[in-house]
Structure formats: C-alpha cells, structure tokens
Design a protein around this ligand. Structure first.
Ligand SMILES: *Cc1c(COP(=O)(O)O)cnc(C)c1O
Length: 809
C-alpha cells in the first residue's frame, strides 16, 4: 500500500504530504532503534507514555510516514495522517491488507495454550502449506494487526492467535483477522477480572468465530459445546463429539490414544503426557483430520512436536559477555523481535548476531536475506556470524563485518579464533541447526543453582503501580542491594527502557556500576560517605544529605562547584534525616550556597505496610508537609517531594506528592499483604537440582548433628543449595520445603553450607531433576512466614554466586 491508500483506509486527514511512499513495515514502538525509509509510524498515546512526544526523534532517525491522533508538525519531508485513534487506524490498515488475500485463515483463541497450539499447528501443517503465523505471542489489539500485516502473495495459509483482556475487544480482532476457521483452546480463569462472568467472557471470545464455518474445540466442556456445537468439529470422550477418544494409555514414554472418527478407529502415539499438552495435541490432530491429512502423516507430524520455549533468555557468558538464547526457531518476525531485545541490552555496546538459515519463509531467498541483512545493518550489529549454506550463499549482501560457516560444527571448530568478549550476542537459529550447542559452549558454567528473572513480570509490576499513580507522579525505582537480589544493571536497564524518572541505590559503588553499564537516568545515593564523594561527583550521582555535618562535608568537598543533592527529613522513622531543630540552619546553608541544587526533599514512613499505624503515618505526612513547605519557601528551586515506598503507594494515595519510591512491589511482593498481591507477578524463580538420591532406613539419621531422624524407611535427595547460597539455615529440620516434580518436599536435618537434604519418599524423582526453592509454586511470602522473617530478606539473601538468568516471554 502507498501512503495515499493508507490515508484512505483510515478515513484520516492528511496533514502534510511530501511524497506518496510505498509502505512496507508498520512501527508502533518509538524506542525501536532501527527504522527503514518505508516504515509507517503509529503514534500511540498511552496513559504513561505518549509517543507523540517523540516524533521529532523518529524523524531524525529517518522515519517519514506518520499516523497521529494529535495535530503535530514534524519535518518538512514528513507525510502525516491525522486520525481519531491510532490503534484503530492500525487495525483498519491491517484489515484492508487482509482483505487483499484469499486463503484459509485459522484463528486461535481461548484462555490458555494459544501460542503453543499455534506453534505446533505450524509444525503439523508446514509441509503441506506455505504458512504465515503470528510471531511469538502477538495476540493483542496491536499484536494482531502487526501479525496480519505479514501476509503476502506467497502464503496459502495463515494461523493467527487472538487474545483479549476485557470486553469489546474481540470484534476489532475479528475484523482484522477475518478468519475462515477457528480453534477454541479452553475457557479458564485467565483475565477473569476484565469480565462480568465466565459466560460473558465466552460470548465475547466467540465473536471471533462469527463468520467462520468450522470451530475445533473440546466437546466435553458443556459451556463451549453449547456455544459452538452448530458449527463445531469437536473432540472428546463424549459420544456427541466428532472425534471420539475411546481410550488413553499413559506411560512415562508417552501416550497411546485410541480415536474414532466416522465409525473408524485408529491409534496415535503422543510424545507428551501432561494434560495441557494433550489438549493442545488434540486440537492439532482434529485440525489435521479436518484438513484431510492422512493418519500416517499425522503420526509423523506429531512425532516432530517439541516443547515450545517462547522465552528469550539473557544469560551470562564467558569473556564478560551476555548471550540471548533464541535457538527454538528462526523466522523473520521472530528475528525482528529478538533484535529489538538485543538492542535494548545497553550493558554492552558491542552487538554480535549468530544466525542460521531461515527456513520456510515463503520468500525468494535473495529477497529474504536482503531483508535479514538490512535489519542487521539498521541495528548496527558489529559482527555477524551466519550458519548454513543458504545464508552463506548470500553473504555478499551483508554490509556488516561477517563470517560464514556451513554448519554449527564448522563454526564451533573455529570459534576460538573470533573475539566474542565484552559483547551481547544474539544466537538465533532454526532447531535443525543445533545452535544450542553454541549456547552451551559460550555460557558460563553453573553449579546447578539459578535465579531466573522474568523481565515481563517486572514490567507488569511496574505497570501495576503506574496504574495507581496520576500520570504526573514520578517514579524512583529502588535498585539497591543488587536490585533486591535480582541483579543490578539488568534491572536498571529495563527501568530505563520503561522511562522511570529516578533510580535509588544504597551506596555510591552501586551507582558507579550502573553508570559503567550504560545507565544514564538520574541516581540518588542514600548512604553517601565522604570517601565516596569523589566518585559520586565524577559519575554524576546525587547524594542524599541527611544532617548538617554531612552537608558541611559535601560543601567543603564541592568547594564552590555545582552539585545536586536530595534532602531527607526525619519524621518518625528515627533512622536518617534532618531533625526539625536543624531546619533553620539548613535553610541558612542553602541560601548562602547557591552552587547547591536541591533536587528533592523526602522522608520515609515507618509503618506504611500496616493499617495499624495509619494515625502515625498521617502524623509523619503532616510533619513532612510542614517542614518541606518551610524549606521550599526559603529557597528558589522547586524540588520534587516524595514520601512513600511500595506498600505506602497503595495505602495512601493522598500522599503520593510528586514522586514515589518503588521497591519490593516491583519485585512482585505486596508488603502490605492486601488483595493487590494477586495483580503482581513473582519476578524470580530460584531453582537447583538433585545431586544424589538414597534410601535411609528407619532409625538412621541425616546430616550434621544427626538432627534428621528417619521415622520409617525414606528416600532422601541431596540438593545443590545451602545457606551460603541464601537458603537460610533457619529452614532446617522440616521448617523449610521445596517443590519437586509437582509436589512439596520438606527439608530433613540441618541445612548445610552448600547442600540440603530433602525427603522425597513418595515423589517420583531422578538425579538431575530441577527443584524449585521459590517461584510459581512456592511464594517468597510463604517462605518468609515459615522462618519468621520478611520477603525482603529472602530476596536479598540469594548470594552473588548464584547465577542469574534474565528472560522475556
Ligand atoms: C528501600 C527504600 C524504599 C523502597 O521500599 P519498599 O518497601 O521496598 O518499596 C523506599 N525508600 C527508602 C528510603 C528506602 O530505603
């Protein structure tokens, strides 16, 4: 489509029109670092982030085509369309694009399993069709139009997923996807908040299938059956189903399922045994049968299914590097997303991409690799390593420094000659290339215990607190103590990406580390000691000043140079802060030292997490208001005022002032123990492995001090975590518990320095199995309660020798 056609499809008003460009890509994220001339930028106005504010930057980066919802002026060569709502316009354009193609379009919706079903269906159908599908889990109001935009002439089938979180969203997605065939995965509790009832949620989701001929679903579910039986092709145990499950025989190796279709019975072997995978596989089998694929082919395709890992994992690598592990598959959409994640990692400026051939793109190879290399060039990748004969064949198109190899083995042989230090390395390849071996050889070795940090959960939690603030209220993200044990600049980097206003650290060293790793946000240092003034000053950090003595020392150090400071006032915590009787002297110092710039004035509540202290907290707030007003009246500047930590943000909306200091909530814990805990996601998962198993006879003892006594014959597993890793010794003798293969297991005997023994008597385990210490099954709050401490301590105790892995879904 050309610019003029786009303007027509959106019914928008053309504000300026320099040239009628052909539009090839659609962009919605102003942080996207690389842009091509033929991109169309949609300025989306979110509650906290309005990309209309960044249009000049986009223009400077080379964007010339814009869709906006506010009247704006950009550069002289800009083409601008003004519409009422840019998201709606994006959907209209995608809908127009969709209507240009006639092909079977499978839409997948439901509560769980959409992405896996889509990926598996792609594996099942790809030998028979040229398929375009949603990248990763692009299923939202903006993700769906971006997916649909990917259809082109070469495709003869499309598979898109659609997800909604509230009422009135599905119709839009239906208009964009225009599906001809549907799969309804299941109806669970996900996103229940957005709907009045389950019924309403089902009805809303069903709107996606208004115009399709056939819907595949689980016919044993009465709700779903009543909704879709008319146009259903359903599977299940019930006789009313089209595809009837006669018998299921499970063993540890897999599942043998006996099925009946139109009176004929047949058997299939399924590679996964868990119930969620079973459901996903049944959807795929029913779809293949519907599309008349033969039973032998079905069996062969099912054998090819692999666990879907949709995560992009950031791991520490040798040579002070990081790797982004994306070795599950390789397609253009996914490549784009992986490169974005690569660019977002500002810890190291040197970016390296290791990339395999891209299979089944539906594009002619030359066009394909031209696009691939353009993306790498636009992203300023400093070194490209191509693996496979196709990509090697087009190496002349690559503008970046590059090396090419025919196979992963060839590359592994010669890898030692390349400099892969001090870099962020994206490793992306289709499964058949086996690039996971490259990941293995670059990865730092671990001793089995890993803290995994979910960057999406972190974003979710940040957004949750943002939703509680007025848009003008600033956020200081507290990243002290290695971001509450979760890392340091990795978390700060994400906060910077999401444009929080300030960072808070405890010590100057922590701030210096952040500066060394590309963090340019303002940083407040809460415990500045005089011997750190020099590094504070040099690294543009801002000290908290909490009494006259410290102030005088800092003034002396500055010796007339300019400096930014934060003033802490004591209102009841009795920790750090100017006392009331120091305020007059403080004012006098500030008035006579104009080189000092007071960035903010703040205080801290002693009991924000507990309603019992409400009256005391209100008194603290009153005192804060009184003393800060007095200070502000006496100085020329208008400093930022802030009082609240995470639990305070939720309990005292009336005391948000200009900024809040968000700590533990970001890391997934509502310290005030309110219902809001449900809306936060745990950001970290601490896991280890089983090192050894043994039977212990009745009466024998386990561990130091012989504190664990077997009351009957039991099975004991030794796991690779101890108090030196942060698994407190207080968990000894049954106080602590871990999660193994779907069940809880108690600690037996005393926790040792590097190891712990657990009782796994009735649990099916093997050496090497993963053990969760905390995460999705055992919460940090529960663990803290078990040993009478607070979640803060559990989080920050995880020792630095435990390897951190960061991932995004
Ligand atoms: C650590 C800290 C916070 C953050 O507290 P949370 O309860 O983790 O949100 C806020 N303010 C100050 C002064 C702190 O030291």
């Amino acid at each position: 489509m050309r610019f003029n056609e786009i303007a027509e499809a959106t019914n928008g008003m053309v504000l300026t029109n320099y040239s009628n460009d052909e539009i090839k890509s659609l962009i919605i994220d102003s942080r996207k670092p690389f842009i091509s001339r033929d991109a169309l930028f949609f300025a989306i106005a979110g509650e906290h982030h309005d990309s209309h504010d960044f249009l000049e930057d986009q223009y400077a980066k080379g964007v010339r085509n814009f869709v906006v919802q506010k009247e704006v002026k950009i550069g002289s060569e800009a083409n601008i369309i003004l519409v009422d709502n840019t998201i709606k316009a994006l959907q209209q354009i995608a809908a127009k694009h969709r209507s240009l193609f006639k092909l079977p379009v499978i839409a997948i919706t439901g509560s769980n399993g959409k992405t896996i079903t889509k990926e598996w269906l792609f594996t099942c159908l790809s030998p028979f069709y040229n398929i375009v599908r949603s990248p990763k889990s692009f299923n939202s109001q903006v993700g769906v139009p971006l997916s649909v935009w990917g259809i082109d002439k070469a495709h003869n089938m499309a598979i898109f997923e659609a997800g909604i979180s509230q009422s009135n969203e599905m119709q839009n997605l239906e208009r964009v996807i225009q599906p001809t065939f549907g799969i309804f995965t299941n109806l669970g509790a996900a996103h229940d908040q957005g709907f009045v009832s389950r019924e309403q949620k089902l009805s809303e989701k069903a709107l996606l299938f208004e115009n399709v001929n056939t819907v595949i679903f689980n016919g044993d579910d009465n709700h779903i059956y009543s909704k879709f039986s008319i146009k259903g092709f359903c599977w299940g145990y019930n006789d009313r189903c089209d595809l009837i499950i006669i018998n299921v025989d499970s063993s540890s190796k897999g599942v043998l399922v006996q099925l009946q279709l139109e009176k004929a019975t047949f058997e299939l072997k399924l590679p996964f045994t868990d119930s969620a995978s079973f459901e996903n596989m049944m959807h795929c089998i029913a779809t293949m049968l519907y599309f008349k694929i033969g039973k032998e082919d079905i069996q062969e395709r099912i054998n090819k299914l692999l666990p879907v890992n949709m995560r992009l994992e950031l791991k520490k690598a040798k040579g002070n590097s990081y790797i982004i592990d994306d070795t599950y598959n390789n397609d253009l959409g996914g490549l784009q997303r992986a490169i974005e994640f690569l660019i977002a990692q500002q810890q190291k400026s040197r970016k390296v991409v290791i990339l395999s051939d891209i299979l089944q793109s539906g594009l002619p190879d030359e066009v394909l690799y031209n696009q691939v290399f353009e993306k790498l060039q636009a992203a300023h990748v400093e070194l490209v390593i191509g693996i496979g004969s196709d990509i090697s064949g087009y190496q002349s198109l690559c503008k970046q420094p590059a090396y090419f190899y025919n196979s992963a083995d060839e590359f592994l042989d010669q890898m030692g000659q390349l400099d892969l230090n001090e870099s962020v390395i994206l490793i992306k390849g289709a499964r058949v290339f086996g690039l996971e071996r490259v990941v293995k050889s670059l990865e730092e070795k671990i001793h089995g215990t890993v803290l995994k940090i979910n960057l999406d959960a972190l974003t979710n939690n940040l957004n949750f607190y943002r939703s509680k603030l007025e848009s003008k209220t600033k956020i200081m993200a507290m990243v002290k103590a290695f971001s509450y044990g979760s890392g340091s600049f990795e978390i700060a980097n994400l906060m910077q990406f999401h444009r929080v206003d300030y960072l808070g650290v405890a010590y100057a060293d922590e701030g210096v580390r952040l500066r060394e790793n590309g963090i340019h946000l303002p940083i407040m240092v809460m415990n500045p000691s005089p011997d750190s003034f020099e590094s504070i000053y040099k690294n543009n950090l801002e000290p908290e000043i909490y009494n006259l003595g410290l102030l005088d020392k800092y003034l002396q150090f500055l010796n007339g140079r300019e400096g930014s400071i934060h003033l802490k006032i004591e209102t009841g915590m009795k920790r750090l802060g100017f006392d009331e009787d120091e305020i007059d002297n403080l004012i006098e110092r500030l008035q006579s030292n104009e080189n000092l710039s007071v960035k903010s004035i703040f205080s801290h509540l002693a009991g924000a997490d507990d309603g019992a202290h409400q009256q005391f907290s209100e008194q603290q707030a009153d005192k804060f208001k009184r003393l800060s007003s007095k200070l502000i009246a006496a100085i020329k500047e208008k400093p930022i005022l802030h009082l609240l930590n995470s639990p305070g943000i939720l309990r005292y909306p009336q005391f948000h002032f200009d900024m809040v200091r968000l700590g533990i909530g970001l890391y997934g814990v509502e310290a005030g123990k309110t219902e809001d805990q449900k809306l936060l996601q745990p950001i970290s998962e601490l896991t280890t492995i089983i090192s050894q198993l043994r039977t212990v006879k009745k009466g024998e003892t386990v561990g130091y001090g012989r504190k664990g006594v077997a009351k009957k014959d039991i099975v004991v597993a030794t796991i690779a975590i101890g108090y030196a890793d942060g698994f407190s010794r207080a968990f000894s003798q049954g106080k602590g518990f871990v999660w193994v293969n779907g069940q809880r297991a108690s600690v037996i005997g005393n926790v040792c320095m590097d190891m712990t023994m657990i009782d796994v008597t009735d649990i099916n385990v093997e050496v090497g199995d993963q053990v969760e210490i905390f995460g999705n099954n055992i919460s940090i709050i529960e663990l803290a309660d078990a040993i009478d401490t607070i979640p803060y301590e559990i989080l920050t105790n995880v020792s630095q020798r435990v390897k951190r892995v960061y991932f995004t879904e």
